[in-house]
Design a protein around this ligand. Sequence first.
Ligand code: UN1
Length: 502
Amino acid sequence: MTTATKEKTDIAVLKQFIGGEWVEGTGTREIKSVNPSDSREVVATCKGASKEDVQKALAAAQEAYKGWKATPAPARARVLDKVVALARQNKERLARILAREEGKILPEALGEMEKGINLLEWFAGEGLRFMGTTAPSELPKNLLYTVREPLGVVSIITPWNFPWAIPCWKIAPALVAGNAVIFKPASNTPWLASELVKLFDEAGLPKGVLSFIVGAGSEVGDSLVEDDRVKAVSFTGSNQIGVRVHTICGKRGIPVTCEMGGKNPCIVWKDADLDLALAGVVKGAFGSTGQRCTATSRLILHEDIADEFLKKVVDAANAMKIGPALEEGIGLGPAVDQGQLDTDLDYIKIARDEGAKIVCGGNRVEDGDLKFGYFVEPTIFDHCTPKMKIAQEEVFGPVLAVFRVKTLEQAIEYANDTVFGLTCAIYTQDITTAMTYMEESEVGMFHINSPTIGGEAQVPFGGVKGSAVGDKEMAKEGINFFSKSKTIFLDFTGKKRESNIY
Ligand code: UN1
């Protein structure tokens, strides 16, 4: 193991943040955050929260909400401005925590930091634009307008794969809109999440407006969704839990948004710039070790270029340097934990058994100290068919299924043949080919000559079909989810109306 990975071995001891105080959890679970590049290294520990801790956080949030709602939106946004400044000052340090705790290679960890900062900036700006509309009334001397108002206490439940950017894009709009937030990160990446909360505290967010609860989902998760005081839930994670969260919120009649899985296709057409496509496919499929809901997991090739292009992808995959997230020159980091590694290897076996042809990778990497991490080779299966499990189910690892097609109709049919609908891409030089697919695609986000991954603060992020329920995130949609409009009818005639028709 290199010195870079062993650079810092202090174990962070984390606490819950309840009512503006850092306190020890009183739950039964001892949370341990482990370095996925070397599981011998525990990076953080935390005594998990109990149901009572959640009750305290909810009570504090309910109380703090009143003052926060009454704080003008531009003033609320100014707290975010300070968080942006603090995040910039701490960017390197936080990126290293991200790499140690989640296993994201350092250049990608820095990219995630930047993305979170962009989102904080965007939503800080939204504080100055937290506005309604005015409309002409049917009646004389009547002012008809709307204002936006917060919802109350909201729960934010986030996954491990973007432990900085996803909390930023949910917490920032929730706070700017004037809500009080209970934030529960995934229990395998609580350290970076607690660092984000510290920045909000340092930036002067009033006590109780943001609480941080780390604990077993089974112990604390339900109260965050079921308690009467919770007025909306924003969740990103697995389909299984997302559907459950959605069902509970549906029964309670509260707004809910769930970002879930993907099985994102990338079509490379016969007229594509193959080098451009190569870079996009490698980044989309193997970037972040395939652990993003927007990852490219299906590659649909026009048969004329299939052999030539696939060879390029296989060569690039084989050339990727696999190793610890903090080591220089690494192209592919580890899976996040043993469970994810096992899932990756299970799907590789399933695909082999289904008759897909493995053309690269397929194994765990266990050379030297790498055996202490959760490394798996970038893996590609050729000659997949649409009904195979490898073509239908989300792996969340560096595993790519390849299909060969003759016509654009067939490519589009394959691309849409999934329960998911998050994102997709096409590489082509022909605008008609690209836009034909764009019109037919069943996705929330469509990329032309760029990889399936990514998003920008100023445009909506999210999927259709099984990839999402509820509103999209980021952009105006992000802040609209966390607020509701009130319509005001102001009659200033000062006398009885002549007509009663309205
Ligand atoms: C990205 O591709 O940059 O969980 C973001 C996920 C998504 C975020 C992806 N919600 O992977």
